[in-house]
Design a protein around this ligand. Structure first.
Ligand SMILES: [Zn+2]
Length: 411
């Protein structure tokens, strides 16, 4: 009974408060708008009600009581998506890459999650309203606190812990466990790290077992694969997305296109970030002289692989930076690399980081485009990325789910 009285009071309050009605409808005025699917509009208004877009089109009479936001003079586009970001990776207060466990740096789980929350905030402020993390168990609470407890950050999809080994039966069980634990998808390692040569590390049978089971459970599979053989094995096992693929040849690119497998290559941020922050990583695990040399060698290969991928008919290329400690908030750098070093058109790169990536997450009907029915994830840049892709570094407005998190120079 007490609960009923509480609800009644709440409704009475909402009805009597004009602010509630005002906040419900928002109109954004734009001069240049990229819809995320390849179209450009001039002088369009975006109308949204309760965080969902209801109309995009020529400026019209503003609904009575609507809140207006003026983004004219900037370039407006959908919130960006990074399909490969590790928010829980950070530098500790001694300026070293954080490591956990008994031989770790001694940071408490609370300190680590606070660092992850700071990374989430930096990512959102850079215009990335959705990220996919492959993955760590701490992502789950971060995801849920952002989704429902008011913590500012991008929408998160996570695989929780990745699958790295096990018999086919064990892998099937692990897939079921991840689902029960709340994973949004499954991450599998099919090859070694680039620092260890990138050779295939899971057999064809193991990959087949894991990807088939995930499909049966309704979960997507993202597979870390560097060598050409590991990419081929991944595609032939019916997995959904290849991560990295630094050593792919045209044959694997064609195979991915033919089998409708998404390709998620990185252009430069991950490599430059490691090299620029070498002293913070050096001496931990495979972050040694050999590892850094391998990453240095990877830089020209990465741009070349993307160039080839772009020329491959029908291949769907997502946008994933593999952001690790030191890279959060700089997620747009690979857009700049893809345009400047791999020859991608700015529009194609932005469509990749919005609607194509949304589709890869199976969220193509909710995010990644500015269109009626979509959630209001909207950003703006100072300058026009169509003529100067570095404008992607100058995000000055961020709205996620209809809520404004950033609007430089305005309150
Ligand atoms: Zn990664």
């Amino acid at each position: 009974m007490r609960r009923l009285i509480g609800f009644a009071a709440l409704f009475a309050f909402a009805a009597a408060t004009p602010a509630a009605a005002q906040d419900a409808t928002v109109v954004i005025h734009t001069s240049k708008l990229l819809d995320g699917k390849g179209a450009t509009m001039s002088n369009a208004d975006i109308v949204m009600v309760n965080g969902r877009i209801t109309r995009v089109g020529p400026a019209a009479a503003v609904p009575k009581g609507a809140r207006e936001i003026d983004l004219r003079g900037r370039t407006v586009l959908p919130g960006l998506i990074d399909v490969h970001s590790h928010l829980t990776w950070y530098f500790n207060r001694k300026g070293r890459y954080h490591t956990g466990g008994p031989n770790g740096d001694g940071d408490t789980p609370i300190q680590s999650i606070l660092a992850a929350a700071a990374n989430a905030y930096a990512t959102l402020m850079a215009g990335f309203t959705t990220i996919q993390s492959p993955g760590s168990p701490e992502d789950k609470d971060l995801r849920d606190w952002i989704a429902s407890q008011g913590l500012p950050g991008p929408r998160i999809l996570t695989s929780l812990n990745a699958l790295t080994h096990g018999s086919p039966d064990e892998l099937r069980t692990l897939v079921q466990q991840r689902k029960a634990q709340g994973a949004d998808f499954i991450k599998i390692f099919a090859s070694a790290s680039i620092r260890d040569g990138g050779k295939q590390s899971m057999t064809d049978e193991q990959l087949l077992a894991a990807c088939r089971e995930a499909k049966a459970q309704g979960l997507r599979t993202l597979v870390h694969a560097h060598s050409a053989e590991s990419v081929r094995a991944t595609v032939n096992a019916g997995c959904d997305q290849v991560e990295h693929g630094i050593f792919v040849t045209q044959a694997e690119l064609d195979l991915m296109a033919q089998k409708n497998v998404y390709f998620d290559p990185q252009c430069s941020l991950v490599f430059h970030n490691y090299l620029d922050n070498r002293a913070k990583y050096d001496g931990i695990g495979n972050y040694n002289a050999e590892g850094f040399a391998a990453m240095e060698r990877a830089i020209p290969l990465a741009a070349e692989a993307i160039r080839k991928a772009l020329a491959t008919k029908g291949l769907k290329i997502t946008y994933g930076t593999d952001a690790v400690a030191g890279a959060h908030g700089r997620n747009a750098e690979d857009l700049i690399c893809r345009v400047k070093d791999a020859g991608e058109s700015p529009m194609h790169a932005i469509v990749s980081a919005t609607s194509v990536s949304a589709e890869s997450l199976r969220l193509g009907d909710k995010i990644g485009a500015i269109a009626p029915g979509m959630e209001a994830d909207i950003i703006a840049t100072d300058g026009d990325p169509m003529t100067d892709i570095t404008a992607m570094r100058r995000v000055s407005f961020v709205m996620k789910d209809g809520k404004v998190f950033r609007n430089d120079g305005k309150n």
